[in-house]
Design a protein around this ligand. Structure first.
Ligand SMILES: Nc1ncnc2c1ncn2[C@@H]1O[C@H](COP(=O)(O)OP(=O)(O)OP(=O)(O)O)[C@@H](O)[C@H]1O
Ligand SMILES: [Mg+2]
Length: 265
């Protein structure tokens, strides 16, 4: 079983401040998944331009100041959910067109966080869908938070690592719009160096070029390093490159970053 996170930077035009699907990439990516040899797969996708601009506008995840602010945030929560859910529907439709039995699962309807970290989720459901050979498709969403903030933005990255802890997949793959983790943001610094292996946060600098309310590459790396603490490795690859995803799903080597412990000889 593989858990695959499809970055919002690949499936949407993330630089836009209104929801914009990257149809070309979605079509190709769905085909590459179908053409790969993978049988058991969970897909988690990010929000890209469907989520981050709304969540930022309504400051979901920030402290609620007063009852007026609560009302506004409730509206923003509902709007953000609507947008990411719409993206999820579009993605599932592309997958179904390839004959992939995509089954959308709304995180906001079965996951609760406590101070922005997943507190509870009924993963029996996901296991059951997997056993029945559905391809569950989850996504970065807004969720209720028990304490103290009441509403939070739950990133696709956090869902991915949570599921990896619980389900122990063979591989965890994160597809994004750059070749992997660099020592600094490659979109800003042309001399940035790609790191084949990342073992600690100290090796990199992150500075985001698009709005990402859940911390962009820095947030992703932190999630993946926490996962590594439990002995679970992960890989970041560029899904903008044709056939990269297909190859990586098939176990072929592609350019990218592996988050793993170094072997000292
Ligand atoms: N050190 C770094 N190495 C690689 N990318 C970096 C680095 N610092 C910042 N970035 C930026 O991180 C971006 C990828 O992270 P981002 O969270 O935007 O994408 P995503 O996770 O695919 O999208 P989403 O969060 O919508 O799912 C790249 O486009 C790159 O500009
Ligand atoms: Mg991100």
């Amino acid at each position: 079983m593989i858990i695959l996170k499809l970055g919002g930077s690949v499936i949407t035009h993330k630089e836009e401040d209104t929801p914009t699907v990257n149809h070309e990439n979605l079509k190709r990516i769905s085909r590459e998944i179908r053409e790969s040899s993978i049988q058991k797969l969970i897909i988690v996708h990010g929000a890209g331009s469907f989520g981050h601009p709304y969540a930022k506008k309504y400051a979901i995840g920030d402290e609620i100041k007063d009852s007026e602010d609560l009302k506004r945030k409730i509206r923003g929560f509902s709007l953000t959910h609507h947008a990411v859910n719409e993206l999820n529907s579009i993605i599932c439709e592309y997958l179904r067109m390839q004959g992939i039995p995509a089954m959308p699962l709304q995180p906001s309807s079965f996951i609760l966080t406590q101070n922005k970290r997943i507190q509870s989720a009924d993963i029996r459901l996901i296991k059951k869908y997997l056993d029945m050979e559905f391809i569950p498709v989850l996504y970065g969403d807004v969720v209720l938070d028990t304490e103290p903030i009441k509403m939070a933005v739950l990133s696709g990255d956090q869902i991915t690592t949570y599921l990896a802890r619980k389900l122990k997949p063979e591989r965890v793959i994160l597809a994004t719009d750059v070749d992997g983790i660099y020592d600094k943001n490659p979109k800003k610094y042309p001399d940035a160096l790609l790191l084949e292996i990342v073992t600690s946060k100290e090796e990199i600098e992150t500075e985001e070029t698009t709005v990402d309310v859940t911390g962009g590459m820095g947030g992703k790396v932190n999630e993946l390093l926490d996962l590594l603490e439990l002995g679970i490795e992960s890989e970041i690859i560029n899904a903008n490159q044709k056939n990269n995803l297909k190859k990586v799903l098939n176990g072929e080597k592609v350019t990218g970053t592996t988050i793993k412990k170094r072997n000292y000889k």
